[in-house]
Write a new protein. Structure first.
Ligand code: ADP
Ligand code: MG
Length: 259
């Protein structure tokens, strides 16, 4: 896609599913003031799988929460598609989150008294919307939960619980799925299953996925990795390999004294 720019020659306009511009987020004040994000500008390409990496406390969760409309910010702007989040009322923001965004939390956040299927359809039940059964079936097949839908979370392994959380995020056909360390609590095999599901949802359905991870192998499932340190984007890598990411992380230890 190209667009004519009033200030110069025709330039390719990248399609972003979501984009932060000069985004800052300050927590607290005075002695407890923490700049969690310091003028971050980053775009998450449409139908792309982006990983966010960086040391603990570098602002990864804050960035995702702000871009997903789960948390307010101090300055700058966030766009989801062509909608500016700052221009929305609380009600409009809730609706946008519900209709266009799926979120996978690190701690699964499943309700223990509900079955796997009930957990997956809960957000739609709350919104009073009937699921698209065909889509729901395909999501459940993709995450490999077909035989376990009547199980409660305690009857499922960690990997399966996290796949329920992924299915719940995908069930309402969101444009973008945000996942905060979705494999952080999983062994490598269960982690690979969850990562495969996320990657499939990009490849097969053209969804956009943004994932925080500490793990270079998890990051290698992504199309692109952006690295945060001290609330700023400090580097990025396209078509990451686990070895390449590991090498870059080692160089950060020297450049930013991160560990
Ligand atoms: P990460 O996900 O990379 O570990 P976070 O985004 O959680 O980092 O946190 C970034 C910085 O903001 C950290 O210094 C953290 O302590 C601080 N922070 C995060 N949430 C809050 C909060 N609710 N109140 C005060 N400080 C916070
Ligand atoms: Mg975090």
């Amino acid at each position: 896609m190209t667009t004519a720019s009033p200030t110069g020659p025709r330039t390719a306009a990248p399609a972003y599913a979501a984009r932060a511009t000069d985004l800052s987020k300050v927590h607290g004040q005075g002695d407890t003031r923490v700049v969690a994000l310091d003028r971050v500008s980053v775009g998450f390409g449409q139908s792309r799988f982006t990983a966010i990496m960086g040391p603990s406390g570098s602002g990864k969760s804050t960035l995702m929460h702000c871009v997903a409309g789960l948390d307010g910010f101090s300055s700058g702007s966030v766009r989801v598609g062509d909608v500016e989040l700052g221009s929305l009322t609380d009600r409009q923001l809730t609706r946008l989150r519900r209709d266009r965004i799926g979120f996978v939390f690190q701690a699964f956040n499943l309700l223990p008294t509900l079955t796997a299927l009930e957990n997956i359809t809960l957000p739609m039940d709350i919104a009073g919307r009937a699921p698209d059964e065909e889509w729901l079936d395909s999501v459940i097949r993709t995450v490999g939960l077909s035989g376990r839908l009547t199980h409660r979370p305690a009857q499922l392994s960690g990997g399966r619980q996290q796949r329920v959380a992924v299915a719940r995020a995908l069930a309402c056909k969101p444009d973008i799925v945000f996942a905060d360390e979705p494999t952080g609590n999983l062994d490598s095999r269960a982690g690979a299953e969850v990562l495969g599901c996320l990657r499939d949802s990009v490849r097969a359905s053209g969804r956009t996925v943004v994932m925080v991870t500490h793990d270079p192998v998890a990051a290698s499932y992504a199309d692109r990795v952006v690295f945060l340190a001290d609330g700023r984007i400090v580097d990025e890598m396209d078509e990451p390999t686990a070895d390449g990411v590991l090498e870059l992380m080692k160089s950060f230890d020297v450049r930013f004294r991160t560990s």
